[in-house]
Design a protein around this ligand. Structure first.
Ligand code: ZN
Length: 142
């Protein structure tokens, strides 16, 4: 493939700070090993990742639901050509799982052999702290 004429731009590194004051309970929960979804007090919709404002009825009243973590994998992809920010990681798997509570979650799927990952298999959503100290969540074997 012939390359187009181009100039090299400067490297851009972006690390925005995201305010979390209205979803603080979610982040505190991850630190405690719990995963919370938000439930709208207006219309009852469950959301994950949690939201502070309901996109359905616009209510700002939410409550926190400590989810079971039980999930069924609906789809997945193995990431071999990794983005810059994960280039130090080995090939990894990203999956969408449907929680028992009904919401779908996009997260890393770890602890399985890649060849064992199948649509319809059971997994569990758990809290995790990255080596950099960031609180997050992931799917693991049930
Ligand atoms: Zn609502």
């Amino acid at each position: 493939m012939a390359s187009m004429p181009s100039i090299k731009s400067r490297e851009i590194r972006i690390a925005p700070e995201v305010p979390i004051n209205r979803t603080l309970r979610f982040w505190e929960g991850l630190d405690e090993g719990r995963v919370y979804a938000s439930k709208c007090k207006g219309c009852g919709q469950l959301r994950f990742p949690p939201v502070a404002d309901c996109p359905s009825c616009l209510s700002q009243e939410i409550e926190w639901v400590d989810i079971s973590g039980e999930a069924e994998i609906e789809t997945f992809t193995h990431v071999v050509a990794k983005p810059e920010s994960f280039k130090q990681d080995r090939a990894y798997t990203i999956a969408i799982g449907k929680l028992k509570e009904g919401v779908k979650v996009l997260a890393w799927l770890v602890g399985f052999k890649m060849t064992d990952v199948k649509i319809g298999m059971k997994a569990r959503l758990t809290a995790r702290t990255t080596p950099e100290g960031t609180s997050t969540y992931q799917f693991v074997p049930p």
